[in-house]
Design a protein around this ligand. Structure first.
Ligand code: FE
Ligand code: FE
Length: 328
């Protein structure tokens, strides 16, 4: 039996969703506790990332009890700083009162991280950025984004924060839009408790090579978390892992293994029309196969081929590894 890395999932994988067409939602709303129960039903999950605040009426004690019951642990807490109240941004909102209310939600998420013993507060400032040319002063945007994040990190020196970058959606231009942008911004903060969560799909969508972006972040000591999923590269489709980009998924995990990166392999998927437990199970089935494929990859031959940039040999080795990784 292979021993696999720990698997995790954002709790939103088990929510129901609204979009701009099905404004009545794709299913009845589910509470934080309903979502934890579904995550527990997957079987192979060890960790969840929880949205904060929890759904109405759900307390921290309820969440602790539900996690205990399912055997799940919290890896992170994601403050909801991208809802209607912060439609013009959290850190970069032009209204100081809106920035303060976003900060209060993040401080609450920090408390939840302490109470749950989670590893980090995950910051996804989805509304920070702009939509139109001439809409924003770019110097103001970066000052607010970087100073706001620095102040948050300094207010909670006992905790770690990760920024999840994404090129666009819901804004047409998001401030934290690439691995390089995240590194530059974090360097300007001059703090040691802010890192990056690399979402494989965001890297694809942003035109990056996810494996190369991972190496860049590792080289700067900033790859502290990751999400995995798949998309057609034109949008953040958040589809099941391995439905499209097999080779790039293998390359991404190869870079992580090569660098000795040991973290949680975490799902970030939005099964609008699929049953969420089976959706997660099938994704983990593919991730296990990727893990076994890495065991079949001839590392010495690959290193030798890469030293010559011999793409033909590399691809032959990759194909051999992928097709050799059968049932566990
Ligand atoms: Fe993500
Ligand atoms: Fe995403």
């Amino acid at each position: 039996m292979t021993t696999y890395p720990p698997f995790g999932a954002g709790l939103w994988n088990f929510a129901t969703y609204v979009d701009r067409y099905a404004t009545d939602g794709y299913g009845d709303p589910r509470s934080t506790l309903d979502q934890i129960a579904l995550a527990g039903a997957v079987g192979d999950l060890s960790f969840v990332d929880l949205n904060f605040p929890f759904t109405p009426g759900v307390t921290l004690d309820d969440v602790v009890a539900a996690l205990d019951e399912t055997g799940l642990k919290a890896i992170g807490v994601t403050p909801d700083i991208y809802l209607r109240a912060h439609a013009k941004g959290a850190f970069t909102n032009p209204d100081p009162a809106a920035r303060a209310s976003a900060r209060a939600i993040m401080d609450g998420a920090a408390e939840a991280v302490r109470a749950l013993g989670a590893r980090y507060v995950k910051i996804w400032p989805g509304q920070d950025g702009f939509d139109y040319p001439f809409q924003a002063d770019y110097a103001d945007l970066s000052r607010l984004a970087i100073e706001g994040m620095r102040d948050l990190a300094r207010a909670h020196p006992d905790l770690k924060f990760v920024i999840e970058y994404k090129p666009r959606e819901p804004r047409t231009h998001m401030f934290w839009c690439s691995a390089a942008r995240a590194i530059l911004g974090i360097q300007r903060m001059e703090v040691d408790n802010v890192g990056v969560l690399l979402d494989f799909g965001h890297a694809l969508f942003g035109g990056e090579s996810p494996a190369e972006a991972a190496q860049l972040l590792i080289d700067h000591g900033l790859l502290w978390g990751m999400d995995v999923n798949d998309n057609f590269r034109g949008w953040d489709d958040d589809m099941m892992v391995g439905t499209l980009h097999w080779v790039e998924t293998l390359e991404f995990f190869h870079v992580l293994r090569k660098n000795g990166w040991e973290g949680v392999w975490q799902l970030d998927q939005f099964p609008f029309r699929e049953e969420s437990v089976e959706n997660a199970k099938l994704s983990i089935r593919f991730l296990k196969r990727i893990y076994r494929a890495l065991d079949h990859l001839d590392e010495a031959a690959l290193a030798d081929a890469q030293a010559r940039q011999d793409a033909l040999t590399s691809m032959r080795l990759v194909q051999d590894a992928l097709f050799a990784a059968g049932e566990d």
